[in-house]
Design a binder for this molecule. Structure first.
Ligand code: GLC
Length: 682
């Protein structure tokens, strides 16, 4: 059963779209203790001793979220360490799993704090910074974790499906400056025989970081270049940033000012802040007219043949506000070099550190949001978590006209539930840290729970310097991740796969990825259609198994596979828990592998650095195609089935081996209206 509780006059976020199963509850029915203090509304939920908390989408820490405090607040923060409370997305759905399971979604676009047993280990305290919000509760009749997730996914609507080429291997780096840098990347991959589908264009393709411009010195004949790349089956994916540079004569700026498309400050002037281009205005994405204008502006790139975009800096990231920068500089000028004590020096340092993403600045600008009641003025902090969502919705809606009946690759850094219908997400500026491989694995199921299916982390890590071993293990761990993009920050060690010594291993691994794409794509389509998880924690599938319930570093992927990635350095293997009998697959190359049956229980599995190891579930099959140098060259007629050892005892007590089939879901991989073909593989 799904019950909706309305508090005050909530802002319509667009998160929930399917309401037929939802019944309206009264505040008095609400089973938890609630109280109001100042502006805040607080919900206290007592936790049972072993109650687990699953969900909360993109976040730090493990699959079970109990024991920390999280803020729902889209944050531009490149240090994803354990003591952070929020990352780029705001995903307010979770399941409490104790003697019963109960799903809860707080639909509120401002800040919420989820104190999941941090202040009091036995209490879940949710603080909503306003009295206007919706709560959805999904529970009843011994509903399982999977059933609750499915119900939630049903009410938030179908997830975005990218074109099939977006399941190929993709290369990115902040620092490809011009056409020849990109050509060199493609050439190097070709030389090493490593398959490739896309290369990314970070901010340097633009003219002075101005959206919808192309630097003509660096890309003298851009449409021709896009086309030449297409002929080699390489898609170019440019970045689009949220802020619009303030510069006289720059068309996007002039149009925005003229039509009042930018957010305003308290005095009604266009709000001024700073991002990559220097001073910028922020488009008012909560306004439908602004969305239409901004989305249509992608035309300059789609006309050049571009069919994929990544939307960035859309929390929105504020390097500074003009006002705060001015005040800070004035204060700094007042320091005159005398002998300051430590507190004064710390104060000086804080002044500068507090310039970026300052919450006071988020309270200093306004939207004219389009609502059912017409346009209403809202202060940004009240709707903060909808900014990136609506930037991306703008692009997705315009793509329907700009690229009719064609799927466009689209993913965003900031997000809120609801945006999953328009695009995917990547998990932002992680680091080349071993712990961030595990963080990626932990986020996959919680993102799926919140509707996000086309997802991925920067493979190899964005910040910090990567090692060959780390990148190898990260490739193996990303083998099943839809968005398999190697991306790194300016100034870090180059980590394109050809930069390392053992190119042969990388070639073999990426070739395996291409052999697996039919399975990945087919499972993606199934989970999309059935509102199911593609990445399932063992706890969801085997809820009564105490080992499975606590397992944080293995996942089920689709219906046939369990993964057990290595995420620690200098490892030659790891412990794996099998909740049921499974078949180990050890691959050295796409056409060189062995299968070994294993019994339920704990095992130590050797996994050499260049080996790719996973398990096939009992009685299941995995379709596996001949590899290809590019997704366009994949041939599903080459598919064979790898089978998990499975079976049953017949009535005479003899073991009968099953030969499981696999239902492959397939379509043309590029049009929006192409029906799915179901192919029974035997
Ligand atoms: C942000 C993005 C990162 C990008 C960089 C430069 O940090 O998250 O992916 O490379 O900006 O555009």
């Amino acid at each position: 059963m799904i019950t909706k509780f309305v508090f005050g006059n909530p802002f319509e976020t667009g998160a929930v779209v399917e309401t037929s199963e939802i019944v309206q509850g009264q505040l008095s029915d609400f089973m938890y203790e609630t109280c109001e203090s100042n502006e805040n509304f607080i919900i206290n939920i007592p936790l049972e001793k072993d109650e687990a908390i699953f969900g909360l989408g993109e976040n730090v820490r493990g699959i079970n979220k109990r024991g920390w405090i999280y803020d729902s607040w889209c944050s531009d923060d490149p240090n994803h360490d354990e003591d952070k409370r929020s990352l780029y997305g705001a995903h307010n759905f979770f399941i409490l799993s104790g003697s019963v399971n109960r799903g809860i979604f707080i639909d509120f676009p401002g800040k919420i704090t989820f104190d999941a047993g941090y202040t009091d280990k036995d209490m879940f305290t949710i603080t909503i910074t306003d009295g206007n919000f919706l709560v959805y509760v999904i529970d009843g009749d011994g509903m399982s974790l999977k059933e609750i997730t499915k119900s939630f996914r049903r009410i938030i609507g179908k997830s975005y499906i990218p074109p099939r080429w977006a399941f190929g291997y993709q290369q990115s780096r902040w620092g490809y400056m011009n056409q020849s840098d990109i050509e060199a990347v493609v050439e190097e991959y070709k030389k090493c025989g490593i398959p490739l589908d896309a290369v990314y264009m970070d901010i340097d393709y633009m003219d002075s970081f101005k959206d919808f411009t192309i630097n003509e010195e660096r890309f003298p004949e851009f449409p021709k270049f896009v086309n030449e790349m297409k002929e080699q089956n390489i898609h170019l994916v440019p970045i689009i940033d949220a802020g619009v540079k303030i510069e006289k004569g720059y068309a996007t700026y002039e149009e925005g000012v003229k039509n009042n498309f930018f957010c305003k400050d308290a005095d009604g002037n266009d709000f001024v802040c700073g991002v990559w281009p220097g001073h910028v205005h922020m488009p008012d994405f909560l306004n439908a007219k602004t969305r239409k204008w901004f989305g249509d502006s992608y035309k300059v790139l789609t006309d050049a043949g571009i069919d994929g975009f990544w939307n960035d800096m859309n929390e929105p990231a504020l390097f500074y506000s003009e006002k705060r920068l001015g005040e800070t500089i004035d204060k700094l000028k007042s320091y005159n070099g005398t002998d300051y004590d430590v507190w004064e020096i710390f104060g000086l340092r804080d002044l500068v550190n507090d310039l970026a993403n300052n919450e006071e600045d988020y309270r200093s600008f306004y939207h004219m949001a389009t609502t059912d009641d017409g346009e209403i003025k809202v202060r940004h902090d009240k709707v903060h978590n909808l900014f990136g969502y609506n930037m991306t919705k703008a692009a997705a809606e315009s793509m329907k006209d700009l690229r009719p009946n064609k799927r466009t690759l689209l993913f965003s850094r900031a997000s809120y539930i609801g945006m999953h219908r328009y695009s995917g997400i990547w998990t932002g500026d992680n680091k080349s840290w071993w712990s961030h491989i595990l963080l990626m694995i932990n986020m996959l199921p919680s993102l799926n729970m919140c509707g996000f299916m086309y997802i991925g982390a920067d493979m190899g890590g964005f910040g910090s310097n990567a090692t060959e071993e780390l990148v190898t293990r990260w490739v193996e761990s990303s083998m099943w991740v839809p968005l398999m993009r190697n991306h790194a920050a300016l100034g870090t060690r180059e980590q394109e796969l050809y930069q390392f010594k053992d190119k042969e291993t990388f070639r073999r691994l990426i070739e395996i990825r291409y052999s697996l794409i039919p399975y990945l794509y087919s499972e993606f389509l199934k989970c999309h259609a059935k509102d199911e998880l593609m990445y399932t924690p063992l706890a969801f599938e085997f809820p009564d198994d105490p080992f499975a319930r606590e397992c944080e570093d293995q996942l089920l992927v689709g219906e046939s596979v369990m993964i057990c990635p290595i995420y620690t350095p200098n490892s030659t293997g790891r412990y794996v828990y099998l909740p049921e009998d499974m078949t180990l697959v050890r691959m050295r190359a796409w056409n060189d592998y062995e299968l070994v049956p294993y019994k339920t229980g704990h095992h130590y599995i050797h996994i050499g650095l260049s080996e790719f190891v996973f398990f096939i579930r009992k009685g299941k099959a995995l379709p596996f195609a001949n590899t290809a140098s590019n997704t366009s060259k994949l041939d599903i007629s080459t598919i064979t089935l790898l089978r998990g050892i499975g079976g049953n005892y017949d009535n005479k007590g003899a073991f009968v081996t099953e030969m499981p089939d696999y239902e492959l879901w397939w379509d043309d991989g590029e049009s929006t209206d192409c029906p799915v073909e179901v192919i029974n593989l035997k």
